[in-house]
Design a protein around this ligand. Structure first.
Ligand SMILES: Cc1cc2nc3c(=O)[nH]c(=O)nc-3n(C[C@H](O)[C@H](O)[C@H](O)COP(=O)(O)O)c2cc1C
Length: 197
């Protein structure tokens, strides 16, 4: 319970790189997760900062393009009515834009490393196997004081890009599809209290 309750998505990630031995522990924890029929088809691609920057830029450009269209004065009332969630999130997105222009990577939480969990295309249990592996990896990262954040925003943007572009951006193994992405890095501070749920 101590480990489970202390795990948080701490987004104050610093520049400190993740030592190889810690990264290996995280990957090994992921390998021990259950998989359907014990088929163990999950591959984890480790992305470095240069590669992460490309994922960040693609995500920001996608959302900014969408927001500029949906928030333009003519369309805006329709957006407010039909897509209220996006309407509410637009100011946060424009705050992200400022940070991005200042050289930060807000969508990928300034991660030092990204882990991309993928399985072969057409495999029926990709979502399940990848996300079980994700959770194992996440708990092991916490053990080492490494913060982990689930990259839902990035996944949402990737949904609207071609398979070829996604494969290239994420450096996926051939004919693989990604089902989870984890941002990793050492946080600037540690929470000293649990949240109650
Ligand atoms: C499917 C999913 C998508 C998420 N996407 C993002 C994301 O894009 N960016 C982010 O900063 N956090 C993201 N999170 C993290 C959640 O916001 C976070 O887990 C939740 O607020 C609870 O906080 P905790 O992890 O610190 O306990 C995501 C979490 C999940 C499960």
């Amino acid at each position: 319970m101590e480990l489970i309750r202390s795990r948080r998505s701490n987004r104050t990630i610093t520049d400190k790189p993740i030592p190889e031995n810690i990264l290996q522990d995280i990957l090994e924890a992921a390998r021990y997760a259950p998989t359907a029929e014990n088929s163990r088809r999950v591959k984890i691609t480790v992305l470095n900062i240069e590669q992460i920057q490309k994922v960040e830029d693609a995500t920001m450009n996608f959302f900014l393009g969408l927001a500029r269209f949906l928030m333009n004065p003519v369309i805006r009332p329709i957006t407010k009515l039909c897509i209220p969630s996006l309407y509410q999130e637009a100011p946060e997105l424009f705050r992200f834009e400022k940070r991005w222009q200042a050289g930060e990577r807000p969508c990928t939480c300034n991660a030092a490393t990204l882990l991309v969990f993928s399985t072969p295309k057409g495999y029926d249990f990709g979502w399940q196997d990848c996300n079980l592996a994700y959770q194992n990896a996440s708990l092991m990262a916490e053990v080492h004081g490494v913060s982990q954040v689930y990259m839902g925003l990035v996944q949402s943007a990737l949904k609207y890009m071609t398979t070829k572009r996604v494969s290239r951006l994420l450096h996926l193994p051939e004919k693989h599809r990604q089902y989870a992405i984890m941002a990793l890095g050492f946080p600037a501070f540690r929470y000293n209290k649990y949240t109650e749920r």
